[in-house]
Design a protein around this ligand. Structure first.
Ligand code: S2G
Ligand code: ZN
Length: 399
């Protein structure tokens, strides 16, 4: 980095390269791609403090495998866990399906080691749960997508691996029922909730052909509880919750739980497999608004683009909607119309144009939908402070 800084050579840091917004790929053609894959050593795990220290190139699944015998897990889980690397997860502050249970990855990072654009190393590695000594610099690098520094080592607080889990799938006829079920789940299942995901009938149709005995529902809600309490009591709690609904299935054995999760995990995979183009929007707003936002985009597209199909799915309790549009071929007009509709809606409701996937290069020009001019100007000042020659992942995050 010292050499590239002096020679003004742009550098694209790259981990598992599983990002969704083009944040880890070169775009100009004159960049050096700096792979962290070979920096994949696990330094230590302290079972007393439940903190793991490792290098950025460690693959998420490998870290989970390493922690399992100790009875701990990594504080995030996402579809790409087989190839994404913890350094990239931290650089994008990745979300995933366990955000509801473990909180943001950011809140579980205790320390980092970072190399700056000029080659200086900042050692912020510590395993302290509490450390109130001045500006918390690590938070500048978490989620900065490799534009302020290159993360080489991380210290992560690890939650316990819970002995038992029970998964349920509800079939609902109205979106409002899904939002009401979210509150009911919080009341009935409380601290044992491990995940709440939802999707619409269009998403179910492409994800699975098997009938679940739920009939044709407009919306599906997957609810998972996990705890060290015995399986019977956990099952009773879930049955008590499910008893409120006429269409629901419950899974306690691993195979059945996996098949319910597959219904959710298959949605983005099915979209990728459909011959055509998928426009992906990963947005945040109040859970009350997901269906309204989707119907609005659908309505704006229907007249001129009847072949375009709109899908809504995501992390309901996190207020994170994955609104995806599919069309037989890429059409700039569909993209423009969908984005003007959706981003106007987000502006109106103070939502975010990127809930978990980050900004990368794809969303950089829309940053002002979710950030004020002053905030963006301050981000530019920080960028200039850390990377005056703009060699670190140029054109990403900041247009
Ligand atoms: C999800 C995964 C990536 C995608 O399914 O939760 O974050 O394709 C997404 O949307
Ligand atoms: Zn997601």
């Amino acid at each position: 980095l010292k050499y590239c800084h002096e020679q003004r050579v742009p550098v694209v840091p790259q981990g598992g390269n599983t990002g969704m917004v083009g944040g880890s790929v070169p775009h100009r053609g004159d960049e050096v791609v700096l792979s962290l894959s070979r920096m994949n050593k696990i330094h230590s795990f302290d079972p007393t403090n439940a903190v793991i220290q490792c290098q950025s190139g460690c693959i998420l699944d490998n870290l989970n495998e390493y922690l399992r015998p100790y009875g701990y897990v990594m504080p995030l889980d996402l579809g790409s866990s087989g190839s994404c690397q913890i350094g990239g997860n931290v650089a994008t502050n990745a979300g995933g399906i366990r955000f509801l249970r473990y909180g943001s990855l950011r809140s579980n990072i205790l320390g980092l080691k970072v190399v700056l654009a000029n080659g200086d190393t900042i050692d912020l590695l510590n395993t302290l749960r509490k450390d109130n000594t001045g500006y918390d610099l690590k938070h500048l690098f978490i989620g900065s997508e490799g534009t302020l520094g290159v993360i080489t080592d991380v210290c992560v607080a690890t939650p316990m691996l819970l002995a038992n889990s029970v998964t349920a799938l509800l079939g609902l006829d109205y979106y409002e029922d899904a939002v009401a079920a979210l509150s009911a789940a919080r009341n009935k299942l409380g601290e044992s909730i491990a995940a709440i995901e939802y999707w619409d009938s269009a998403s179910m149709r492409i994800s699975s052909t098997t009938q679940l005995g739920l009939g044709d529902c407009r919306f599906y809600l997957l609810v998972e509880v996990a705890s060290n309490m015995n399986l019977e009591s956990l099952e009773d709690r879930m049955m008590d919750f499910l008893g409120m609904y006429s269409k629901g299935v419950l899974a306690t054995d691993e195979g059945k739980k996996k098949s319910l999760w597959k219904l959710r995990e298959n949605i983005p995979l099915a979209l990728k497999g459909m011959n055509g183009h998928t426009y992906k929007y990963d947005v945040s707003m109040s859970p009350h608004l997901f269906n309204q936002a989707t119907l609005m985009v659908q309505h704006h597209l229907a007249a001129e683009y009847p072949h375009a199909q709109v899908f809504q799915y995501g992390h309901l309790a996190d207020g994170n909607l994955h609104l995806n549009i599919w069309s037989p071929t890429f059409d700039q007009e569909i993209k423009n119309l969908a984005e003007s509709t959706l981003y106007e809606f987000l502006r109106l409701h103070r939502g975010s144009i990127s809930a978990e996937h980050g900004i990368g290069v794809l969303k950089a020009k829309h940053l002002n939908v979710s950030k004020s001019e002053k905030a963006i100007a301050t981000m530019r000042n920080l960028k200039f402070l850390f990377d005056p020659y703009n060699i670190l992942n140029p054109n990403k995050v900041l247009n």
